[in-house]
Design a binder for this molecule. Structure first.
Ligand SMILES: [Zn+2]
Length: 184
């Protein structure tokens, strides 16, 4: 079986289990799930929030990109989510309080792009000379920088909690670098 065949088989198992457990969501859940988070994470296959945070279906909305960084594209996605939330009470903006989490990790592939300044400056939509302020090579500092950037996004509700985590790929453990606090 090829990769897709294996995945389709797993999907059948997933669908059967969810159906049996009554946990399928043909529409967005209006009951507040046990956990309620928006997670900004890295696309790296080792750092899937569903795995490392043991998320159940419906517990978190996950946005992943290279590095789990706050970029103009990511901010735009958050704005769109806020608008969807206004239209549909089950998502951000209308669905009550979310915990917004920035999740980056050690040994991130973005650190290997550190000399590829044209690519990175385009990614962050900044000048190459401003890249140093993004702390590409240090996930702990980058999390602090990105949490600070999110605090300055007016579209995000001030009362939501915001925190920053770094996942250590060698231990499997998370470190809370920026403890939870209201966005503003
Ligand atoms: Zn990464």
């Amino acid at each position: 079986m090829n990769t897709l065949d294996v995945m389709l088989e797993r999907n059948k198992t997933f669908a059967a289990q969810q159906l049996a457990a009554g946990t399928l969501m043909p529409s967005l859940p209006h009951a507040v799930p046990y956990l309620k988070a928006i997670i900004i994470g890295c696309a790296d296959m080792r750092v899937d929030p569903a795995d490392v945070l043991a998320l159940e279906p419906g517990e978190a909305l996950v946005l992943r990109n290279i590095g789990g960084r706050v970029t103009p594209v990511l901010v735009e996605e958050l704005r769109l989510l806020g608008r969807i939330g206004q239209l549909d009470q089950a998502i951000p903006g209308g669905g009550g309080e979310f915990h917004l989490i920035v999740l980056q990790h050690t040994d991130c592939g973005i650190t290997r792009l550190v000399r590829d300044t044209p690519l990175l400056s385009h990614y962050f939509q900044i000048e190459e000379r401003e890249l140093e302020a993004k702390s590409i090579a240090d996930a702990h500092l980058a999390v602090v920088i990105d949490v600070a950037m999110l605090r300055a996004v007016p579209a995000l509700p001030a009362s939501w909690l915001l925190s920053g985590l770094v996942y250590d790929v060698s231990t499997g453990l998370l470190e809370v670098v920026v403890p939870p606090a209201p966005i503003r």
